[in-house]
Design a binder for this molecule. Sequence first.
Ligand code: ASP
Ligand code: MG
Length: 411
Amino acid sequence: MRSDIIVQKYGGSSVADPERIRNVARRVSAAYERRSPRIVVVVSAMGKTTDQLIALAHQITPHPDPRELDLLLSTGEIVSIALLAMALRDLGHEAISLTGYQAGIRTESRYGAARILDVDPMRIRRELERGRIVIVAGFQGFTEEFDVTTLGRGGSDTTAVALAAALEASACEIYTDVDGVFTADPRIVPEARQLQDISYEEMLELASQGAKVMAARAVELGELFDQPILVASSFSDRPGTLIHRGVSMEKGNKVRGIAHDVNVGKVTIVGVPDRPGIAAQVFGPLAEAGISVDVIVQNTGQHGKTDLSYSVAKGDLSKAEALTREVAKAIGAEAVTTAGDLGKVSIVGSGMQSAPGYAARMFEALYRAGINIEMITTSEIRITCIVAADRVPDAVRSLHAAFELETRDNP
Ligand code: ASP
Ligand code: MG
């Protein structure tokens, strides 16, 4: 049974300055008056605060200590919750701000990307019972040792979904600076269409392949607890996009959306001895260093040697290259080369798994646009091509047209 609690989350751009914070306070106040007196509000740091704090740390040292960096970054969200509580009090509401610790968000101790272990919402419940609007700092939690952790970039979404699940909220609403989830980034494809709803699986694929509208981890939690999530604008009253399980499949609509990412790097090991155990030796150290490898391609071996390529986020490229050079030396490979100017484009849709021919159509569209495919990877409901970063916008546009995503009943 769901409670009457509503969880709302407002992102950094929605609280970027005092006027916007007052705007959020007015929206929360309206929801309190008209919908439910039991509201929990999660907020991000104001505007670009998190980026600025990271830059500040790097002015002190090139390698900030992870524990201290997390403590520093957590201050951004604390500024926002205090200001929003003041704004709500100014409107005559009883409001109280809580840090991640006070809100009971316990995490593992992996700084910078800690996973939530559990939420003990006792304090939140007590404050709600007192009739207060509860404002919680997003993106932060605490370890067994009571150290402050952060949940990874965009982690306030994760806080909101975790709280909604723990409180069995009737609604979890993510307010941002766009109207919802679109078939592609409207800045690249002006004809992109907003989706009324989308499944957890599809949204998870889109988010993990570069769609910036929501943090992938948050969608994952939503799916795990079957907590529907509404993504909508904090600047308008338009309806938004609902992420949930029971998606009313639009007739014949197989491809739901296109995600893209322009920050992909590739490492190639040339002339790798073709024998058992090599892949384990190459990828073991990457895993240990916390680098997630995306696409792996191994060519057919010739004369006992083969080439092995893999892609990573561009930010991880130099670290990955260094680790792979060491391994290459140890196993007697011929050379290591890298490319940092790649991107990727993905088509996603759960209807694709039961219908053949989507890969062929995707490759044909890219070929017609004169775009070379460097690597390919698929899941049951996604096909991803790695291409040159500067061709990504063209690739997105040509795929959007090829799959007729601007019309509702696309084939
Ligand atoms: N302030 C954090 C970030 O910029 C968390 C968030 O915005 O959700 O990544
Ligand atoms: Mg942010």
